[in-house]
Design a protein around this ligand. Structure first.
Ligand code: GTP
Ligand code: ZN
Length: 287
């Protein structure tokens, strides 16, 4: 008779997953059925089918689910996380629309949010700081660091959280993870052995245990962050600086782009809302 177990998904490689059992044993699993809806961080019911293999029969209810979406499909990023850490860098310059989109997705799932500005050892820091200044003003935590030099300032923010690190490619996310988890390299090797190295080249996400209460999910760099699952009202409410003005526009269905007597545009003209943030809102809600 096959053994029924409960585990946590610590790696997602396409249709393959690694599920960690309470004792630390790792099984390579595939979900039963065609559709793969499992995310890194999921708690799953596993049925052992071999020494180090299993089948995922079910997913426990998730406390949170971070995902992106377009009109056709959803792309799961991480399940059961409590915090999102968006990594941006001084160089190459970062895409602030992508940052705003990550924050919107996080807000919808009520996640704690931290923005990390990496590569602060580089001279381009002034421009990046200026680009991020509106975020600090509206209450986002922004932490400046240099992943190559020292990451200890990040540790207190990680304690007690399951954090997911997201960012564009090239922002230094891998460098950050390797510095945070000296064992990350070793773990990657070990897992590659489990997965019969070479077969699974696309890593979708990995979960690392920092300590008993703190965990970190690293996922590949993103360039696009579709928010098809968020409606206009949800987006408005996720721009925290808009909140005092919502409901004050002349038209109840104001798009805050061209309508007369728009309270959001008025507040922007008065310097109470950052112009670039309004522009981002207009861009994101336009399609
Ligand atoms: N100067 C400086 N360079 C850094 C720092 N952190 C990372 N880098 C460099 O930035 C480049 C990108 O770093 P990665 O860690 O590979 O970036 P990534 O975001 O993981 O990128 P992908 O693997 O493409 O998703 C590398 O050349 C790193 O050496 C830093 O704190 N300072
Ligand atoms: Zn308006």
């Amino acid at each position: 008779m096959s053994e029924k177990l409960r585990g946590q998904v610590i790696a997602a490689y396409g249709r393959h997953y690694l599920a960690e059992l309470p004792g630390g044993e790792i099984l390579e699993c595939v979900p039963r059925g065609k559709k793969s809806e499992v995310a890194c961080g999921d708690v799953v019911e596993v049925e052992r089918t071999g020494t180090d293999q299993g089948v995922i029969n079910g997913i426990a209810p998730r406390s949170t689910l971070l995902y992106r979406s377009d009109a056709y499909k959803q792309k799961l990023i991480a399940a059961n996380v409590t915090q999102i850490i968006v990594v941006v860098a001084t160089e190459p310059s970062f895409n602030d629309e992508l940052l705003a989109r990550c924050l919107l997705a996080a807000h919808e799932q009520k996640l704690e949010t931290l923005i990390v500005l990496n590569k602060c050892d580089l001279p381009q820091i002034a421009a990046a700081r200026a680009q991020l200044s509106p975020y600090g003003k509206i209450g986002y935590k922004v932490l400046e660091l240099s992943a190559k030099k020292d990451v200890t300032s990040l540790l207190p923010f990680l304690q007690g959280h399951t954090s997911v690190l997201v960012g564009q490619s090239g922002m230094g996310k891998s460098t950050l993870v390797n510095a945070l988890i000296p064992a990350a390299h070793a773990a990657t090797r070990e897992i590659s052995t489990v997965l019969d190295s070479g077969k699974h080249t696309t890593t979708h996400a990995r979960l690392y245990h920092l300590n008993a209460d703190s965990h970190l999910i690293d996922c590949p760099g993103v360039q696009l962050f579709g928010l098809h699952h968020l409606d206009f009202a949800a987006m408005e409410r996720s721009f925290p600086e808009f909140l005092p003005y919502l409901g004050s526009c002349r038209f109840a269905n104001c798009s805050h782009s061209h309508e007369p007597d728009c309270a959001i545009r008025k507040a922007t003209a008065e310097g109470k809302i950052d112009e670039r943030r309004l522009k981002l809102f207009q861009q994101i809600t336009a399609h």
